[in-house]
Design a protein. Sequence first.
Length: 241
Amino acid sequence: MKPMNQGALVLFSGGQDSTACLAWALERHARVETVGFDYGQRHGVEMQARQAVRARLVHEFPDWAARLGEDHVLDLRGFGAVADSALTADRAIEITDRGLPSTFVPGRNLVFFIYAAALADRRGLTALVGGMCETDFSGYPDCRRETLDALQQALRLGMERDLILETPLMALTKAQTWGLAKGLGGERLVAITIEETHTCYRGDRGTLHPWGYGCGACPACELRQRGFEGWLGDGRPELAA
């Protein structure tokens, strides 16, 4: 394998999970860049949220600001049109006859990592950081560590690069993800997560709930609310950064 310079590229959507991953990477890597993907998602407001999160992090965490590098946005609208799910089309959010949520975009995370790996190659970055989780998740098969281990090996072989796919949330519940944010950035990062990040599948920014903006009814909002309430019920514990 051909060595690369140290540094990380974070798959950054502007949501709760990717914000926790960005903070996690900024604690560990001397240089961190971010990449977002425009795939025609219904909740396209996340593309604005990601810029608001970055701006708040730079303003409130000077040490992290010194490590935070460029942001990149890749146009994957062609892929989104082919995938045709409830995240990219005006369809009901339900369980399909395959037993998967209709919000499942086939191969989305695989495509994201392939594009991110090509970008990391050009930017001289070693680690690709994603917020995939197989503990509290929506049933997407491309969120499993087994899937990503196979992809990591394929990328290493196909690119002759010693790439690492880091998934710091893989074994955490959503409640623990809140605790990780608190451990990484204290109440300031918790506030940024509530006030700036976006997770709601319907793109609703009309109501600020205790856990953040959203419609309060889609699977993403329900999962985020349960995690927040579970974290509160545990006394707002911190996880080691």
